[in-house]
Design a protein around this ligand. Structure first.
Ligand SMILES: CC(C)(COP(=O)(O)OP(=O)(O)OC[C@H]1O[C@@H](n2cnc3c(N)ncnc32)[C@H](O)[C@@H]1OP(=O)(O)O)[C@@H](O)C(=O)NCCC(=O)NCCS
Length: 217
């Protein structure tokens, strides 16, 4: 198993947010936040319909195991960093950054969610900007990708506001019926973060990401 302990020292700070890995207790708190609601029940914004399992007795344990599993199976060739997001000390959601064969491809993807009570206040845009800054400035990525399922206007708008452009359309079937999934991307040369992002503790993590820091002093 890869020693991922340096990742626990990684901190991203924006004017309103702090992003870092969570302890087991904090992951349980995040699961409880998901149980209080991430989206209206008639909608499904995720390619994998994990929120449909809210309310099942194993939900919290499986949720925590899913987060911890990404760290247990971490390798520089294939990694998923799911940072927890705090707004003024309150846990609001999670922002993920993932890549495969990063050293060769230099491409990252993202995924995220916020508890319903935290949505619609610009937090989703700020937390995406934080991990894209980590990817471009901290790790030396060349392109960041994301995708939004048909009907997910909030996710579509976050990407649009940050300058992503359409790349491809594929199909996902989270609840059995096919839904168009729009892949969008932004290149490093086109990226301007709308917020200042402070990145701390990335140097010891670079071998884990197979990344190359280009942080300015
Ligand atoms: C997607 C998500 C992370 C975005 O975070 P957020 O904090 O709500 O997003 P922001 O407030 O930064 O921006 C949302 C933008 O979408 C717009 N928007 C939101 N819902 C909308 C709707 N139904 N129709 C049109 N625009 C909408 C907002 O007006 C805002 O744009 P604006 O700043 O131009 O007004 C959050 O809404 C969420 O967790 N949703 C449920 C889970 C999810 O969809 N995750 C992503 C799946 S990959």
């Amino acid at each position: 198993m890869t020693d991922v302990s340096p990742l626990y020292g990684l901190r991203l700070r924006t004017p309103r947010l702090e992003l870092r890995l969570g302890s087991r207790e904090e992951l349980v708190e995040l699961a409880r936040l998901a149980e209080r609601g991430v989206h209206p029940p008639e909608e499904m914004p995720f390619a994998i319909a994990w929120t449909d399992r809210v309310g099942e007795p194993e939900f919290v344990d499986e949720f925590v195991a899913w987060h911890e599993g990404h760290l247990e199976s971490w390798s520089p060739e294939r990694w998923t960093l799911n940072l927890l997001v705090w707004v003024g000390g309150e846990l609001a959601g999670t922002q993920g950054l993932l890549a495969e064969q990063f050293a060769e491809r230099q491409v990252v993807s993202t995924g995220s969610w916020l508890g319903l009570e935290h949505q619609g206040r610009g937090i989703g845009t700020e937390m995406r900007a934080a991990v894209v800054e980590l990817a471009f400035r901290g790790l030396g990525a060349r392109r960041a990708e994301s995708s939004w399922l048909d009907g997910n206007e909030a996710s579509r708008r976050v990407s649009e506001k940050l300058g992503y452009v359409g790349l491809a359309t594929r199909t996902q079937s989270p609840r059995g019926e096919p839904v168009a999934d729009h892949v969008v991307a932004i290149e490093r040369r086109d990226w301007r973060s709308p917020v200042a992002v402070e990145i701390a503790g990335v140097e010891p993590c670079l071998p884990l990401f197979d990344g190359r820091a280009s942080l300015q002093a």
